[in-house]
Design a protein around this ligand. Structure first.
Ligand code: CU
Length: 298
């Protein structure tokens, strides 16, 4: 009867494989969830959020990674299982050739689409919370102006001027003077982003958000700082020769200190009827007439 193939060796117990897969998945989850709350491992390399909105961004980041890792573990598990289970054991043995498996093909078309829809849904919900939470009305507004090459922070109608009327207090930085942004703790502050020249990008690592400051566009987002402290911020968009000078400091202070700060701006003469663009105050500003610039930042 000619040559006969030797009998296949008995397959490894299925239970052992399931246990191995379950162990792989659960160890991935333990690594993610088991660390302390302040651990950079648990935040998956994100900075520590100092705002309530930043917590939502962090949750989105962690959730997306956990979903991706579980998907990865299943896919890698299947790949290695197939490599091992159907490895070539006999020189003249050809495995069963299967071409179509309709249920399987429908599954791996539909399932990624469902995943994308779920990711999209979570992203949109987080975006709405961070940009303009309908339930948390911003009670404080700062008009942030990025100008070549510094920042101007305007606090419109936040304080009374010498004549008792509300005025805009401001601090205009220059390439030589690093400005400070002051915001109250526990209060939702809305940043209105304006640029009179080129595209800048306003960001503070602890906010877990940065946003382009585009001439002619009115971008905004809001933050509710959870604790007082001093933080560093900068321009994240290469905006010209002195881009590297566009750093600033953020002071999160109590409401009392915030009010005192605004009064000190008025005492120093840094106030105006409307938000200013930093034009005539920023020595590095070039090419624009002050009148033209001011309209951009209202
Ligand atoms: Cu810039």
């Amino acid at each position: 009867m000619g040559h006969q193939l030797p009998e296949r060796s008995a397959p490894a117990p299925r239970r052992a494989r399931r246990v191995a897969l379950a162990a792989l998945l659960s160890s991935a989850l333990v690594v993610l969830a088991g660390c302390g709350s302040d651990s950079e491992w648990e935040r998956l390399a994100m900075p520590k959020p100092i705002t309530e909105e930043g917590e939502h961004t962090l949750a989105l980041w962690q959730g997306a990674w956990i979903a991706a890792l579980i998907t990865g573990a299943v896919v890698w598990g299947l790949i290695f299982y197939v490599i091992w289970r159907y490895r070539r054991r006999h020189a003249d043995e050809v495995p069963v050739q299967t071409r179509y498996n309709l249920p399987l093909e429908i599954f791996y078309t539909i399932f990624p689409i469902i995943m994308v829809i779920v990711f999209f849904d979570h992203t949109i919900k987080t975006q709405n919370l961070v940009l303009n939470d309908p339930e948390v009305e911003a009670t404080n507004t700062v008009v942030v102006v990025g100008q070549q090459w510094s920042w101007t922070f305007n606090y419109p109608d936040a304080v009374e001027g010498p004549d008792g009327q509300p005025v805009n207090a401001y601090e205009a930085g220059t390439g030589d003077d690093i400005p400070t942004l002051v915001i109250p703790v526990g209060v939702t502050t809305r940043f209105e982003l304006r640029s009179p020249d080129v595209i800048h990008d306003f960001g503070v690592p602890g906010f877990l958000i940065k946003m382009d400051v585009i001439p002619g566009a009115k971008n905004h987002f809001q933050v509710t700082p959870k604790e007082t402290g001093t933080y560093a911020g900068k321009c994240y968009e290469l905006c010209g020769v002195y881009h590297s000078r566009m750093i600033f400091e953020v002071d999160v202070v109590s409401q009392e200190e915030y009010d005192q700060y605004l009064e000190s701006r008025v005492d120093a003469g840094s106030y105006s009827p409307e938000p200013i663009c930093g034009g005539k105050f920023a020595e590095t500003q070039v090419g624009l007439e002050t009148d033209e610039i001011q309209e951009v930042c209202q």
